[in-house]
Design a protein around this ligand. Sequence first.
Ligand SMILES: Nc1nc2c(ncn2[C@@H]2O[C@H](COP(=O)(O)OP(=O)(O)OP(=O)(O)O)[C@@H](O)[C@H]2O)c(=O)[nH]1
Ligand SMILES: [Mg+2]
Length: 441
Amino acid sequence: MGCTASTPVMDTTDTDYYEKQQNNEVEKMLLQHHQQDKNRVKMLLLGAGESGKSTVLKQMRVLHKGGFTLQERVQYGHIIWADTVSSMQKLIIKGRELGVRLDCDDASNRELFAEKQKVLDYKALDDIDPLAAGGANFLRDYVLKYTQDDRARHKIMNSGNEPNGANGGWENPDGSRYEGNESEDEMMRGLLEDVAPTGEQSKKYTKTEIAAAIQKLWKDDSGVYACFSKSNHFHLEGSAPYFFEKAHLFAQDDYVCTDEDILKGRIKTVGITETNFNIDNTKFKILDAGGQRSERKKWIHCFDDITCVVFVAAVSEYDETLMEDDRFNRMHESIMLFDSLCNYKKFLNKPFILFLNKVDLMKDKVRRSPVRKYFPDYNGKTNDVEDALKYFENLFLSINRSNRPIYVHRTCATDTQSMKFVLTAVTDMVIQESLKKSGLF
Ligand SMILES: Nc1nc2c(ncn2[C@@H]2O[C@H](COP(=O)(O)OP(=O)(O)OP(=O)(O)O)[C@@H](O)[C@H]2O)c(=O)[nH]1
Ligand SMILES: [Mg+2]
């Protein structure tokens, strides 16, 4: 008698059987997801606040995702208009504080004097839709950035809370989240009372008139320009000159922002955003982290399974202080951050890329602001951008205590043409590296 191998017979009437089947399916799916995730390139964009991380990500979207939605173009239109007005107001107010003589403060210069009055009276929040501009996050950032009212700043800074997440929820000091709306709305209303317009004043002028006044002050008031040259002493939007030049367009209610406008515009990143790309048949997940101090405690949550890190440092900021603490030099902060990330044990065997960003602004800056004044051991030529860039590049590289090379690129993140080359070189290198690691190359 032959012997046959017996196969266990499943009792398909058993309810356990169906449960086991389902579990197997779920496990299979999880495994597949895990496998897919392992094959995906996970690139982290890190660096201090305003260094240009989100601008790099925007360029990736222009190159690989066809750019921006209409909703984003409208949102940036509102934000840029508010930033245009507030930046000019700030130049006038800071000019006085810094002792810069403004032509528009001279009552005998009637035209400029009147234009200044219009700009100072105008309340940008009157003419924009705060919801379309980003809701609670926009309003809070607006108040923090521009109000001259210390009470409002103080109230926010000491609230112990930070809005985070798309709907503007707040993280409590103990780490729990508050998503509620009522008291947040109330708080925002309270804050805005401190800075909000009476409504009456603004309505005296149209946006077109205000745009014309801004452009006149920018072009004809030598004091306003002199104050701009000292803007390393206070916080001013880096793209303010661009906004002033195009103020007449941003003043139009139906103006739709171009790609360049969006690249020049700024929305601070809150938390960590994830964007997926398909580049040369490789899936990229790019994580863009908010760089301001209060945001950095969230970084650790995305450090696992990283393929590579792109560290963005704004080299033009060697003579500026932090928005969040004006006692700290921005470049020192960036170097300190680079030190801890480049030598962080989880990143030691990962490709590490350094973008020395804002080289366009650096070129203008070295002519008027000597590097040696802020970095006494700088021994390159004064006013020489190449020497200054080399100095900062060496400074960053000297911090690397690992054996792996750091890939350095000098970038202008707002320039699509040059970024196309840089980003292609970076993604090619990362794809090659990950193929080598997976043994496929
Ligand atoms: N001129 C110039 N402006 C730049 C460059 N890179 C970024 N910017 C501008 O700098 C501002 C800040 O850039 P973001 O990309 O928002 O900075 P970030 O690092 O994402 O900042 P956080 O989200 O706060 O961490 C924006 O207005 C950009 O347009 C550059 O290379 N040149
Ligand atoms: Mg950002």
